[in-house]
Ligand binder design. Structure first.
Ligand SMILES: Nc1ncnc2c1ncn2[C@@H]1O[C@H](COP(=O)(O)OP(=O)(O)O)[C@@H](O)[C@H]1O
Ligand SMILES: [Mg+2]
Length: 329
C-alpha cells in the first residue's frame, strides 16, 4: 500500500478544553484540557494508530474529527478543506465521508431497530439509492464484514447477536456509504481476543480492498503494532512520540513509550524486543501547566527543565518525532 500520498486528514495545532461547569450545586470543578495543541497528518490509505491510556484524549480526538465536538483552537482538514464550522448541507456531506466506529457495540446499536434498518439508515439520511437497491447495499455491506449469508441477519435485532457480530454490524453501518475515512475507537476492547483478531482483519481488508484511510484508537501498543503503519503516543492530551510503527516499537525514544513497551507481553521472536527498565515513577508533584505532561510519572525527568517547560515534537530523522528534552539532546 502506498502511504506516501497526500494527506487525507490534517490536524493542525488542535486543542480541546472541557470547561468546568460553574454552578452552585456542581461546585467549582477544574477545566480539563483533553487535547493540547495536537498536530497530525494522516495519508491516503494509511492506518494510523492513536495510542494512549484511558483519559488521554483519544475519543475526544475522534469526536473532533467527525465533528461531534468543536475544537477550541486549531484546524482540522479533510482532503485539504477545513471541517471546522461546517454547517447544513456541507456538514452532512462531510459526515458521509468520515465515519466513526465506537467502542461499545452494546450501546452503539439501537435495540429497537433491525439490522436492515440500522445499516440502511445512513443511506436514507444521505438519500442514497432507493428502497430496493438499499437492501442490496446492506447485503453487500454485511457480506463485507463477514455476516454471511446476509439474509440470515437483516431481520434480526441486536439482542440476538453476539458482541463480535454487533461490532461487525457497526462496521457495516460505517462502511455502507463508502467513506473515505474511518475512525475505529477501541473497537475491540469489549470483545474476546479471538473475536478481536477477526475485527482487526476486517479493518485490514477495508484498507486493502477499498483503500479506506483509518484512525485506529487503542490503549494497546501491541494492537497498534499489528494494524498500523504509523503510531502516535498520546499522554494527557499531548503527543509524546510519532513514527512508523516498527520504528516506534523497536527504537522508542520517549520514556513513556519505553515504559509501555516494557509492559507489553512478549511478542514476535524471542529476544526481538529490548527491555528498557524505564519504570513509571509514582505520581509526584509537578508545577502543573508549565512542564511536560509526563513529568509527574517520569523516572528520568530533570526538575530544572522538564518541570518548567513543555517539550514539543521534534523530528529525529526517519519520520520519527519525539517530544522529550532527554531524548532530543
Ligand atoms: N464531555 C466531557 N465533559 C467533560 N470532560 C470530558 C468530556 N469528555 C471527556 N472528558 C475528559 O477529557 C479527558 C479525555 O477524555 P477521552 O477523550 O474520553 O479520553 P480517552 O478516550 O483517551 O479515554 C478525560 O479527562 C475526560 O474525563
Ligand atoms: Mg475513549
Amino acid at each position: 500500500m502506498d502511504t506516501n500520498g497526500k494527506p487525507v486528514l490534517e490536524i493542525r495545532d488542535v486543542s480541546k478544553i472541557y470547561r468546568a461547569k460553574a454552578g452552585f450545586f456542581t461546585g467549582s470543578g477544574k477545566d480539563v484540557v483533553a487535547l493540547d495543541r495536537i498536530s497530525l497528518s494522516i495519508k491516503k490509505g494509511e492506518i494510523f494508530g492513536l495510542v494512549g491510556e484511558s483519559g488521554s484524549g483519544k475519543t475526544t480526538a475522534g469526536r473532533l474529527i467527525v465533528s461531534l465536538e468543536e475544537t477550541d483552537s486549531g484546524e482540522i482538514l479533510l482532503d485539504g478543506k477545513p471541517i471546522t464550522g461546517l454547517k447544513g448541507k456541507r456538514l452532512k456531506k462531510f459526515r458521509s465521508k468520515a465515519q466513526m466506529i465506537f467502542q461499545d457495540p452494546y450501546q452503539s446499536l439501537n435495540p429497537q431497530r433491525s439490522i436492515l434498518d440500522t445499516v440502511s439508515e445512513p443511506l436514507i439520511i444521505h438519500k442514497v439509492g432507493h428502497a430496493n437497491n438499499r437492501k442490496d447495499r446492506v447485503r453487500e455491506a454485511l457480506k463485507s464484514v463477514g455476516l454471511s449469508p446476509p439474509d440470515d441477519f437483516i431481520y434480526r435485532y441486536p439482542h440476538r447477536l453476539s458482541g463480535g457480530q454487533r461490532q461487525r454490524v457497526a462496521i457495516a453501518r460505517a462502511m455502507v456509504l463508502d467513506p473515505e475515512f474511518v475512525i475505529a475507537d477501541e473497537p475491540t476492547s469489549m470483545l474476546d481476543a479471538s473475536i478481536s483478531a477477526q475485527i482487526f482483519n476486517i479493518l485490514l481488508e477495508m484498507r486493502e480492498e477499498l483503500g479506506v484511510t483509518q484512525l485506529f484508537i487503542t490503549h494497546s501498543l501491541a494492537a497498534a503494532r499489528y494494524l498500523c503503519d504509523r503510531i502516535a503516543v498520546l499522554y494527557h492530551g499531548r503527543l509524546m512520540e510519532v513514527g512508523q510503527s516498527n520504528e516506534v516499537i523497536q527504537n522508542p525514544k520517549h520514556p513513556y513509550t519505553k515504559a509501555l513497551i516494557d509492559a507489553l507481553p512478549k511478542f514476535g521472536h524471542s529476544g526481538e524486543r529490548k527491555r528498557y527498565g524505564t519504570l513509571l515513577s509514582r505520581e509526584r508533584e509537578g508545577t502543573g501547566d508549565m512542564g511536560c505532561n509526563f513529568f509527574p510519572r517520569c523516572s528520568l525527568a530533570q526538575e530544572q527543565r522538564c518541570n518548567l517547560e513543555k517539550p514539543i515534537l521534534e523530528n529525529m530523522g526517519n519520520q520519527h518525532h519525539v517530544a522529550c528534552f532527554l531524548s532530543q539532546s
